[in-house]
Design a protein around this ligand. Structure first.
Ligand code: NAD
Length: 270
């Protein structure tokens, strides 16, 4: 059901790779709610991804950008304002990648060049996005910027490896830049901490299916799906959440505040 929550709002969506991507589902939801946007991804991901299908469906323009490159981001923000005909009201950062995870390096034998890449792509890129948005004066007052994160930033999930540090950086940037952007432009900055979700990035974590089943058992409402996440992002981009900023918002069916569940007790009872 659509509520026209985003009618007249413009923005940028990073990270739609295929139909499982949280960003993909979010694009469809935002379109349904009346928003318009440009789509972006790293040039290499575009060759492999199916973003053109999504662009056609949403009547959105694609502007490639590697989120670690300031020049690409500058072009992206400037062109997006041109294409959409004005300043922006929302930005979704839905980006994550760890070469160490991808190449199965154990946490005690990390490649440090790759570690820095993980931090840059999955953490610092959020600062680059925010700084570019500010420097290009791209945001309207009361605009809303959201990045996606995972609870491994705060609690240890061994297979999440160096992505845990990247997510801790990401969440901290939301607080620090959120303060700055609120003061200067009344722009809101938050992270959403999402349940395990079956996507390309999710499935890249070894043992993902066990993560997923465990979280399902430990969440009184069950895992939040990609569609649920898209709905929450739409709410965060709407005027109905205008006083929420500098938060790490748990979107996890209750996982993060549950100690144990009857489901798990039944499973472990000998
Ligand atoms: N899937 C999960 O279980 C889960 C849970 C919590 C949070 N998240 C987060 O949600 C976000 C979206 O991931 P997803 O699960 O939809 O997977 P996904 O693989 O569909 O999306 C990740 C995206 O990051 C993009 N990307 C990688 N390097 C980039 C770069 N240098 N510049 C620009 N884009 C780049 C990829 O091309 C891809 O589109 C990520 O931040 C991820 O960590 C995912």
């Amino acid at each position: 059901m659509a509520y026209n929550l985003l009618r007249g709002k413009r923005g940028i969506i990073f990270g739609a790779l295929d139909e499982n991507s949280i960003a993909w589902k979010t694009a469809l939801k935002i379109k349904e709610e009346g928003g318009q946007f440009t789509l972006t991804n790293a040039p290499i991901a575009m060759r492999m991804g199916k973003i053109k299908e999504l662009a056609t469906q949403c009547q959105a323009e694609i502007i490639p950008a590697d989120a670690t490159l300031e020049a690409d981001l500058q072009t992206l923000f400037t062109k997006s304002m041109e294409v959409l005909g004005g300043k922006l009201d929302f930005v979704l950062h839905s980006i994550g990648m760890s070469p160490n995870v991808r190449k199965d390096r154990p946490y005690g034998d990390l490649n440090y060049d790759w570690y820095l890449k993980t931090l840059d792509i999955s953490g610092v890129s959020f600062h680059k996005v925010l700084q570019t948005a500010e420097k290009t004066d791209a945001m309207n007052e009361w605009g809303s910027i959201v990045a996606l994160t995972y609870i491994a930033s705060q609690r240890t999930f061994p297979d999440y490896s160096d992505m845990a540090q990247a997510k801790a950086v990401l969440e901290s940037i939301a607080r620090s830049y959120g303060y700055r952007f609120a003061k200067s432009k009344k722009v809101r900055v938050n992270t959403i901490s999402q349940s395990p979700t079956k996507t390309t990035a999710g499935a890249g974590i070894s043992g993902f299916d066990v993560f997923f089943d465990y979280a399902q058992m430990m969440s009184p409402l069950g895992n939040a799906s990609g569609e649920d996440c898209a709905n929450y992002i739409a709410l965060m981009f709407s005027d109905l959440s205008r006083m929420v900023t500098m938060q790490n918002l748990m979107h996890d069916g209750g996982f993060s505040t549950t100690g144990i569940t009857e489901d798990l007790i039944a499973r472990l009872t000998k």
